[in-house]
Write a protein that binds this ligand. Structure first.
Ligand SMILES: [Zn+2]
Ligand SMILES: [Zn+2]
Length: 132
């Protein structure tokens, strides 16, 4: 299966339970929606459907490598730290882009995915000034 962004073959990350594929070119991760929901529920998060997010209809994403339909960009997080993923409305596959260059095995990839969706679903409190 090829990366929707780069059109290079993605590699399987070894895992007994999940289907995770990673693009060596851009670091993007492709996750099956049922596997993703299981990971989220395991981490105490709601399923993908209830995490919210806004569809950005103007964004051009690639095509689903399995269904050959256009992917849909979904944006979440807060305004300062927006996060986004692409999803296939046909098979429910999810492409997480670029954030996962360091994830070289399924265990670290899963941690990164859960951290990603925590950011996605948890905008910082309103009116709080940036600190650093
Ligand atoms: Zn790629
Ligand atoms: Zn698909």
């Amino acid at each position: 299966m090829n990366c929707p962004s780069c059109d290079v073959e993605m590699v399987d990350l070894e895992s007994p339970d999940e289907t995770l594929r990673k693009c060596g070119e851009c670091g993007g991760l492709w996750v099956d929606v049922s596997d993703l929901n299981r990971m989220l529920l395991h981490a105490g998060l709601p399923g993908l459907e209830t995490l919210g997010g806004r569809v950005n209809p103007d964004e051009m994403c690639g095509q689903c490598p399995e269904c050959l339909v256009d992917l849909v960009r979904v944006e979440g997080g807060d305004r300062k730290h927006p996060v986004e993923y692409d999803t296939c409305e046909s098979c429910g596959g999810v492409l997480l882009e670029s954030e996962f260059k360091d994830a070289t095995d399924a265990v670290s990839a899963k941690k990164e995915i859960v951290a990603f969706f925590k950011r996605f679903s948890n905008p910082s409190p309103k009116g709080k000034a940036a600190q650093f």
